[in-house]
Design a protein around this ligand. Structure first.
Ligand code: ATP
Length: 246
C-alpha cells in the first residue's frame, strides 16, 4: 500500500507548442511515511500533486494508488478512488464560513454517501459525527468542535483542514504548502501533527513545502527543478521502517 508515480511526463499547451511541466518523474511513497517535495516557483510541484491526486492525466507514465494503476480506471472509478483513497490539504483551508468545525468534516461523509450509491454501507449521520469528533480530537481541537471558521485561529483552521482531509480514511495524503499562512511556531506544529498522523494512520504522505526546517520530520526529501525530480535527502527509508510501514 503506497503511492507510486512512474515515468510521469506532463505537458501543458503553450501557444503553438507545449510546455513540459514534469519530465520522467518517478517517486515511491511508502505507507506511513512523509516525502517532502521542495523546488523553486514554477518547477512543477503543484503539477506533481495534481497528477498524484488524479486530477490531471499525464502525457506519459503511471500513477498507482493502493496497488491500482489509475490509467485502467473509468472516470467513475477514478472519482471513487479520489473520494475514498486520496486526501488533499490545500494551501488555504477553504472552510465553509457557516459551518462549525465538526460540520466541516461531517459534510465530507455526506458527499461520500451521496456519491457512492452502490456502496454497501453509507455512513449514517451519527457515525459521521463520531468520526468527526475523533479526528478533531486527534488534531487537538475537540473543544473547538462547535466553533465556526471566524472563531478559530489560522493554525486551528489549518488543523480542521487536515482533519477534514482524513475524514474518509485516505491511503494517500497530498499536502500543498500547509504552513504558508502561519507563523513559524504554528507552522512547525502543523508539520509535527501531519507527521504524527501519517505514522499513526499509515498514509503515504506527500508534503510540498518551501520551508527547509520542515525537512527534519520527512522520511525522504525530493527536489524538483524544471520538472525533473530527484531524491536528495534521507534517501530511502531504512529497511526497518520499510518493513513496519509497507
Ligand atoms: N494550467 C496550466 N497551463 C499552462 N501552464 C501551466 C499550467 N499550470 C502550470 N503551468 C506551468 O507549468 C510549470 C510548473 O508549474 P507548477 O504550478 O506545477 O509549479 P510549482 O512548482 O507548483 O510553482 P509554485 O511554487 O509557484 O506554486 C510552470 O512553468 C507553470 O507556468
Amino acid at each position: 500500500m503506497s503511492l507510486d508515480l512512474t515515468g510521469i511526463t506532463l505537458t501543458y499547451p503553450d501557444g503553438d507548442s507545449r510546455l513540459t511541466a514534469l519530465e520522467a518523474v518517478s517517486l515511491h511513497v511508502p505507507k506511513g511515511s512523509v516525502t517532502a517535495v521542495l523546488g523553486p516557483s514554477g518547477s512543477g510541484k503543484s503539477s506533481l500533486l495534481a497528477v498524484a491526486a488524479t486530477l490531471i492525466t499525464p502525457d506519459a507514465g503511471t500513477v498507482t494508488v493502493d496497488g491500482r494503476t489509475t490509467a485502467s480506471l473509468t472516470r467513475g472509478e477514478l472519482a471513487e478512488l479520489r473520494r475514498r483513497k486520496i486526501g488533499i490539504v490545500f494551501q488555504q483551508p477553504n472552510l465553509l464560513p457557516s459551518l462549525t468545525a465538526a460540520e466541516q468534516l461531517q459534510v465530507m461523509a455526506r458527499i461520500d454517501g451521496r456519491a457512492s450509491r452502490t456502496a454497501r454501507t453509507v455512513r449514517t449521520a451519527r457515525t459521521a459525527r463520531t468520526r468527526a469528533m475523533e479526528l478533531l480530537d486527534a488534531v487537538g481541537l475537540a473543544d473547538q468542535a462547535a466553533r465556526r471558521p471566524h472563531q478559530l485561529s489560522g493554525g486551528q483552521r489549518q488543523r480542521v483542514n487536515i482533519a477534514r482531509a482524513l475524514m474518509n480514511d485516505p491511503t494517500v495524503l497530498l499536502v500543498d504548502e500547509p504552513t504558508s499562512a502561519l507563523d513559524h511556531e504554528r507552522g512547525a506544529a502543523v508539520i509535527k501533527l501531519l507527521t504524527r498522523l501519517t505514522h499513526q494512520r499509515a498514509t503515504a504522505t506527500v508534503l510540498v513545502t518551501h520551508d527547509r526546517t520542515h525537512l527534519a520530520s520527512a522520511d525522504q526529501i525530493a527536489e524538483v527543478h524544471d520538472g525533473r525530480l530527484r531524491l536528495t535527502g534521507h534517501g530511502i527509508l531504512d529497511e526497518e521502517a520499510q518493513r513496519t510501514r509497507s
